[in-house]
Design a protein around this ligand. Structure first.
Ligand code: T4K
Length: 371
């Protein structure tokens, strides 16, 4: 098979165009392009059924979904405790919702927020906790829930990476007060751009739906200062066409993850963060940590891969707390984020996507394993 160059960290899965066109014809016929039309309603029901959750609100992207979820929990002028080891959208959403992020350190195994560190950061100003299921690895939902309950603080999960993740028998999205998924092009399941907010009750879902549509209740009533965060009919149609293929796409990712894990098992200094261990995972990313036992540092390996036109990515480097708009916050002090600091200097996400060919992957593996 011809090698694919450049080789990027991710490449979107797309359904056959022939399966999309009939859905687009329906949109063309109806002339309903947005505002919770028939395609969005069908997709909302289908995605809820697939994920095993009841109260789904489609949104234009996860960033807006996070803002809506935080707004709904009244965080404005308060503090929201979150992880510094995430995509910058996590921090920005807190700011757009009118609150100040407070960073807490992460667990060295899961790379997710450490509940003990979260509890140390709780003050009278804390309005919510916003953990991330980083790379689809479930947070310590039990520990976080106990803290949230004890202090009566809402728990909102950034589940941008967590499509289809299960925690035992149930969806990981069943935890916390709300969870927010991303359906961005780079994700396990994509609608080009898109996302969803998962709520615990019908009332909470309706509140998000209203916030998503300017706060409108009906033609004469507007009850909140909402946004326009609606998913269009086009994106919903893509979602409907993608859904029948997502299990196969995840299975293809799993095979790729297994091959990486097998080859890296005995390589000194290469630690696989998400060891493939069965169902309930989605293999969104394949992050490795390069420790001192490896013969070069993370940036040197990344540069070496680039000379072969292979573009791995340092997700997440820099830490959110190191960006200029956050680094002066007291909680951004690197001395208090020692695990996150170490992880951000060691992390590298290798290419993983359903259509990654064996030869291409073997070249990545050989380059990582080469001395
Ligand atoms: N919370 C967390 C924890 C997140 O990770 C994210 C997003 C969010 C919230 C916010 O979700 P959204 O509002 O986006 O729904 C990418 C994505 O844009 C972003 O969605 C994602 N996380 C983040 C981890 O990765 P970049 O700036 O690294 O993307 P970019 O354009 O460099 O793409 C990465 C690679 O993917 C490219 O090298 C090539 C490939 N690619 C990308 C796109 C967009 C394609 O092959 N086709 C494409 O259409 O942020």
């Amino acid at each position: 098979m011809a090698k694919r160059r450049p080789l990027f960290v991710s490449r979107p899965y797309l359904p056959p165009l022939t399966e999309v066109l009939p859905l687009l014809e329906e949109i063309w016929d109806s002339r309903q392009l947005s505002n919770n039309g028939p395609m969005a309603q069908r997709f909302e029901a289908a995605i809820g059924q697939y994920l095993g959750v009841d109260h789904v609100s489609l949104v234009a992207n996860a960033s807006l979904g996070l803002v809506l979820a935080l707004m709904q929990h009244g965080v404005a002028d308060g503090e929201v405790i979150t992880t510094p080891f995430s995509f910058v959208a996590t921090g920005h959403a807190i700011r757009w919702a009118g609150a100040t992020p407070v960073f807490a350190d992460i667990d060295p195994q899961t790379l997710n927020l450490d509940p003990a560190q979260v509890e140390r950061q709780i003050t009278a100003q804390t309005r919510a906790i916003l953990p991330v299921h980083t790379f689809g690895t479930p947070c310590d939902v039990v520990g976080l829930e106990a803290i949230a309950k004890r202090h009566n603080i809402p728990l909102i999960y950034d589940a941008a990476h967590a499509f289809g993740i299960r925690d035992g028998a149930q969806s990981i999205l069943a935890h916390g007060d709300m969870s927010v998924l991303s359906f961005h092009a780079t994700k396990v399941f994509n609608t080009f751009e898109g996302g969803a907010v998962i709520a615990r009750s019908r009332e909470a879902k309706l509140a998000i739906d209203r916030l998503c549509n300017f706060g409108i209740v009906d033609e004469t009533q507007v009850v909140s200062i909402g946004l326009n965060a609606k998913m269009s009919e086009f994106n919903a149609a893509i979602g409907l066409a993608q859904l029948p293929h997502v299990d196969a796409a995840i299975a293809a990712r799993a095979a790729i993850a297994r091959r990486y894990a097998k080859h890296f098992k005995d390589i000194a200094g290469v630690h696989c963060v998400c060891m493939p261990n069965g169902s309930g995972k989605n293999y969104y990313a394949f992050p490795i940590l390069l420790t001192d036992a490896y013969h070069e540092d993370r940036d040197a390996l990344n540069a070496r891969l680039k000379t072969h036109d292979i573009f791995a990515r340092r997700y997440f480097y820099p830490l959110i707390s190191d960006f200029p708009m956050y680094r002066d916050l007291p909680s951004a002090n690197p001395a208090r984020l020692s695990i996150a600091k170490r992880v951000t200097s060691q992390i590298l996400c290798l290419p993983i996507f359903p259509e990654l060919g064996r030869d291409d992957q073997m070249e990545v593996i050989d380059l990582v394993c080469a001395r």
